[in-house]
Design a protein around this ligand. Structure first.
Ligand code: F6P
Length: 317
């Protein structure tokens, strides 16, 4: 087969490991494999190059994506997708492996509806693709967030402060939930919990009066202006308070072994599925088993974070 591979949307650690796995599995299968640069945007512009083993050597442990990535909102227009399909036809590429998150999946689904064989591989720090228990990149971002929160705990405790830490996750609370549990945060605020400001302020004041030296609050992005919230905590609770936005640092770095392993498994699995004639699907792991789901279903699945973990937080924080 002649197969294209692209990365799209926000980059994530493990994208390179995934590209490598796809390329190596395809070549082992005697397929021809083409790297498409800068996501769907590069596809439309015809930035396509045939890859050999050598093109993906020394990238397994590297953050970012050697293919580059982009967001292309215009891909929702059929006329733009037709340009992409023209490029695929020009290069005789019959199938496309799309590595990324939900935006990437939507693009892959639309192309599939227009007759292109596509497979989606979940690769985003947000862990917001419900058809897979884990997305490639989540483990690394979680490690990065935990490392940062542990450091913030040191200084918060020394200064008897409250620390509000904003982590990424767009509409999915997993990064906040998992890092909050792993770092013993007093409060974890996600889309699912919502922000009950009055209660937070009162609880922090009670904590302070009870003599606790510090408090850690982990909050998902887009739920509050954390600098403003820190001011309100300081005015009300008796704690000095500082806010830290971890931001894009969570997107970089060498992937963890978990992410590399997932990348290897899902990369090879995608090539296997193409050869079985199974396309228009998203690959993933469920209970540590490889599994595929029609992309349309994968996009419609509820991606709110783990209920059992939310209950756990209520008992141990
Ligand atoms: O999807 C990954 C992610 O990092 C989200 O957590 C975040 O909301 C978004 O991308 C930021 O997007 P951009 O790179 O376009 O600023």
């Amino acid at each position: 087969m002649r197969i294209g591979v692209l990365t799209s949307g926000g980059d994530a650690p493990g994208m390179n490991a995934t590209i490598r796995a796809v390329v190596r599995a395809a070549l082992a299968n005697k397929d021809q494999i083409f790297g498409i640069y800068d996501g769907y945007k590069g596809l439309v512009e015809g930035k396509i190059q045939e890859f050999t083993r050598k093109d993906v050597s020394e990238i397994l442990n590297k953050g970012g994506t050697i293919l580059g990535t982009a967001r292309l909102p215009e891909f929702e227009y059929e006329s733009v997708r037709k340009l992409a399909i023209k490029q695929l036809q020009k290069n005789d590429i019959e199938a496309l492996i799309c590595i990324g998150g939900d935006g990437t999946y939507t693009g892959a689904l639309r192309l599939h509806e227009m007759g292109i064989k596509t497979i989606g591989i979940p690769c985003t720090i947000d862990n917001d693709i419900a058809s897979s228990e884990y997305t490639i990149g989540f483990s690394t971002a979680l490690n990065t967030a935990c490392d940062a929160i542990d450091r913030l705990r040191d200084t918060s405790s020394s200064h008897q402060r409250c620390s509000i830490i904003e982590v990424m996750g767009r509409e999915c609370g997993d990064l906040a939930l998992y890092s909050g549990i792993c770092c013993g945060a007093e409060y974890i605020i996600t889309n699912e919990t919502g922000l009950d400001k009055d209660r937070l302020l009162k609880d922090l004041k009670d904590n302070r009066l009870a003599g606790r030296r510090h408090a850690i609050v982990v909050i998902s992005e887009n739920l509050a202006d954390v600098y403003q919230l820190a001011k309100e905590v300081e005015d009300y609770s008796g704690y000095e308070c500082r806010a830290t936005i971890l931001g894009y640092v969570q997107r970089g770095g060498a992937p963890t072994p978990e992410d590399r392993l997932l990348a290897a498994r899902l990369g090879k699995y995608s090539i296997d599925l193409l050869h079985e004639g199974i396309t228009g699907v998203a690959v993933g792991v469920v209970k540590n088993e490889l599994q595929y789901t029609p992309i349309e279903e994968a996009l419609a699945m509820n991606n709110s974070s783990n209920e059992e973990l939310h209950k756990l937080v209520q008992k141990i924080s």
